[in-house]
Write a protein that binds this ligand. Sequence first.
Ligand code: GLN
Length: 566
Amino acid sequence: MKTKIIFVTGGVLSSLGKGLSSASIGALMECRGLTVANLKMDPYINVDPGTMSPYQHGEVYVTDDGAETDLDLGHYERFTSQTCTRQSNFTTGKVYESVIRKERRGEYLGRTVQVIPHITNEIKNRILRLATDTTDLLIVEVGGTVGDIESLPFLEAIRQLRFDWGAEHVLYAHVTLVPYLKTADELKTKPTQHSVKELRSIGVQPDILLCRSDRKLPADIKAKIALFCNLPAERVFSAPDIDCIYRLPLVFSEEGLATAICEELNIWTRNPDLRMWEDVVQRFTNPRATARIGIVGKYVHLVESYKSLNEALAHGGLPHQAAVELEFISSDELEKGATDLLDNVDAILVPGGFGERGSLGKILAITHARENKIPFLGICLGMQMAVVEFARNVLGLSDVNSQEFDQTPAHPVIHLMEEQKEVTMKGGTMRLGSYPCRIEENSLAHSIYGSTEINERHRHRYEVNNQYRDRLTAAGLRPTGTSPDGLLCEIVELKDHPWFFGCQFHPEYKSKPNSPHPIFTAFVRAALDAATRKEAADATEGTDGSQARLVGTVLQDPPGGVSVES
Ligand code: GLN
């Protein structure tokens, strides 16, 4: 079967959930037995999102093959079983870069190089290279909002593709907004009408509308939208606000979206099996316990910067039927002395990051976790900071640092390896993408993974300095995961601590709601256990028996030996 393609565009404004919608369409079609692939086209000029500020653009998502990409690829991988690659995301910058390179090589034989056809052809080629024999359905999300100047070549390219491939192979879905105006007590369709008008003016008539709203659309509103936007009312779908993002495939399915897609594209599939999503949503929405995790970082006020991490933590609660509450703790605030911010959490996590700002606050949080036996997970920079903290406070060395923050400390426990120095000097970048790791038996790492060989994704320049390995190990911070040749330290863990784990890689990129990453499952378990221990301790300390019974279930008998009946 020739690959069928769905293009997902967005109208009215950004952040309507185009990425989640594209991912959910993928999920629904996989539930019908199709093989899907997702692609994100970003109209901005940056060649890739690797150097973009997480303040502006949210998290940089890393693929197995080492591409630094848009965070929507994280949604695609979490909602489907596909493994995205560097071909799953490209930008205007990438497109122009290749066209200009071809022009320099003389490949256009002196002809005038223009947006149409050269840029649009380059876009089409990059789309079609994913329409392989093994892909039944390719879902292409067009970044930006219809009406943006920079989106135009992309919209022109997708217009041409329907012309080239025919309506049975190419479908246009448009995500739009239907706001509810409280003063008028009405759902307003005008923004949608205008957005579709804009699309149609450039030759793209949407086949399907996904209408984002705070509620489900009533039939009369759907009929009105259909009339003005020139499509049948059965092709207008509600995309209401929901309590849990993983409910979206189920909501779309109830609305009949997948059936409509199959009808439009003439796809025959088996009956959908949505049990997996029903189970995920059931677990998410019926928690029996709560783990409170403190995330210490400098981008704490922007949830989008830690998208995969937040999701992975929530996934980690699912096997325990537990909700995970995230407490974002600013490392700057900790540095100013607000360490009481750490009092209310069951576990502490220091995530990845770049740059020195906030590092002292992170170290303070790690000392707190280490000394008070609070479960701790350090990811990438978080693990590096744990090594620095340990060298300073347990090995008692002075002038310890990561070379990222100080090129010449007396003890560069985190440093640039020689080979890496060369790469960096040549303007090269980081250790990116999936690398194998060998795990020592009889370790926390081994009990987490149940395996001695794993593969995880990386995005960093600096490494643990091997000169300090023996001293760290002797004092209790063991490297229990290394590269297969033993040269790179991948995991450290602390002796005589209930749960203290640092990894040089980013496990959050590989967690899915239906298969939570084992590190997060174990970390949330440790947080829940810590909460139970704390409750028990608080209860034992309490003198008032009735109060003690209220806070925990651990007490078998009320204090004082008084039986419950009396
Ligand atoms: N800044 C550190 C490095 O480059 C850690 C990177 C990260 O946390 N992703 O090694």
